[in-house]
Design a protein around this ligand. Structure first.
Ligand code: ATP
Length: 428
């Protein structure tokens, strides 16, 4: 039943243009995906809401956009060259590879005969310039975090922030995952929205608790059902090499509970190591006491693609014969669809066009005049459009239109000149 949900969502995503299998005209490439027009809007809405909440509206968080390719010494200092590994086992019979720390799926025709685990580094290696040798090896970043640590001093000197403060960035990260899969849950390239929050070492615990609350609230405000979410604290032996305490928000995906976001206490691991290895002074000087120290770091990290997957799965609803994506209107690709009731009455089509053109510069709006009105409603329900506006015969008499609500399927009449205000109110 649950896996059926995943199949349904994957198929809807392909059919309606949220997510397409990557490089499809060449037969695809396993576990790569491209986002279609609707998926791209969904991702963009997730990013902008996150940005507005955690960067624009706060006066203690500074944005950055750093490179995907960095000096390889960054990854030595951060511990990724040595320790960003997963334990890999291989079946001696079928040569399939698995993560030793995950459950190994059974094979139909044989019992897997597994090798001893060995460490597999997840960083994607590449080479800079025309000659491939070890001296010019470089990596695609496996996390956006390091770009923020290596620019710590630049932010200090240009912005002169006081503690606590954060640095935020949204960007792509790459990992050569042993077992990618589950649609867009685990892919080789993905996007992160991360914050490195720098605090006085004595205050890390309160920052951790406060981020826990903020992360939870973000998801509830996005409309994710609370019963599908939980916190899970990492046990000592599963902590990443840089972390002293980590808790993940997990979502109950159709394939089981899985990490959606992470919250890690990285202490002064990164700044201290980069300071040592680069010989740059990355300490913070307290302006009141002149005391110098390495601030400690609490890092909330949010996967953009896992957010999209969560929102799609959580919103997917079947009611009788209609499929409704009950997305929060704020993340829905289109907020409003505008229809002329009939295609052959010039005044009706003209009026509908006028409304559409007035709207589309202010709200993400779509036009549809194909098929009958019922089919148009169904088509919008399936992609999560919260409101449909229909211009009909009555419009020509009293300047009102029908506004139909996605979730209740109820219809009310609203004056044309009150429409924008009506939607803006709902989208607050
Ligand atoms: P997992 O345990 O699932 O491998 P992780 O603990 O390695 O994840 P983090 O290093 O904490 O993940 O990465 C931060 C966030 O980036 C995750 O919470 C998730 O949202 C996202 N993320 C990590 N790896 C992937 C991936 N391969 N595909 C899509 N999103 C990912």
């Amino acid at each position: 039943m649950k896996n059926l949900l995943m199949e349904k969502v994957v198929s809807l995503c392909k059919r309606r243009g949220f997510v397409f299998p990557g490089s499809l005209i060449y037969g695809g490439l396993a576990n790569t995906w491209d986002y279609g027009p609707l998926g791209t809007c969904l991702l963009q809405n997730i990013r902008s809401l996150w940005w507005e909440r955690f960067v624009t509206k706060r006066d203690d968080i500074y944005p950055l956009e750093t490179g995907i390719i960095m000096n390889p010494r960054v990854w030595q200092a951060s511990g990724h060259t040595a320790s960003f590994t997963d334990p890999l086992v291989e079946c001696k019979v079928c040569h399939q590879r698995f993560r030793a720390d995950h459950e190994v799926p059974e094979s139909g025709d044989h019992k897997h005969d597994l090798t001893e685990p060995r460490s597999f580094n997840l960083m994607f290696e590449t080479h800079i310039g025309p000659v491939e040798d070890t001296s010019n090896a470089a990596y695609l970043r496996p996390e956006t975090a390091q770009g923020m640590f290596v620019n710590f001093k630049n932010v200090l000197t240009t912005e002169r922030p006081s503690l606590p403060f954060g640095i935020a960035q949204i960007g792509k990260a790459f990992r050569n995952e042993i077992t990618p899969g589950n649609f867009i849950f685990r892919t080789l390239e993905f996007e992160q929205m991360e914050i490195e929050y720098f605090v006085h070492p004595e205050h890390w615990e309160e920052a951790f608790e406060s981020w826990k609350e903020s992360m939870w609230k973000w998801l509830l405000d996005l409309g994710v059902k609370e019963e599908n979410l939980k916190w899970r604290a990492h046990a000592k032996d599963e902590l990443s090499h840089y972390s002293k305490r980590t808790e993940d928000i997990e979502y109950e995906f159709p394939f089981g509970w899985g990490e959606l976001y992470g919250l890690a206490y990285r202490a002064d691991f990164d700044l201290r190591n980069h300071s040592e290895k680069s010989s740059e002074d990355l300490m913070f000087t307290d302006p009141a006491t002149n005391a110098k120290f390495f601030p400690h770091v609490v890092e909330p990290t949010f996967g953009v693609n896992r957010t999209a997957l969560t929102l799609l799965l959580d919103a997917y609803t079947e009611e009788g014969d209609r499929v409704v994506l009950k997305l929060n209107p704020k993340v829905a690709p289109y907020k409003v669809a505008v229809f002329p009731l009939v295609a052959n009455r010039e005044e009706i089509v003209g009026k509908a066009r006028e409304i559409y053109n007035g709207f589309r510069l202010r709200l993400s709006t779509v036009w549809d005049n194909r098929g009958n009105i019922g089919k148009r409603y169904y088509a919008q329900d399936e992609i999560g459009t919260p409101w449909c506006v229909t211009v009909d015969y009555q419009t020509l008499e009293d300047k009102t239109v029908t506004v139909r609500d996605r979730d209740s399927a109820e219809q009310i009449r609203v004056k044309i000149d009150k429409l924008l205000e009506w939607f803006s109110e709902k989208l607050k």
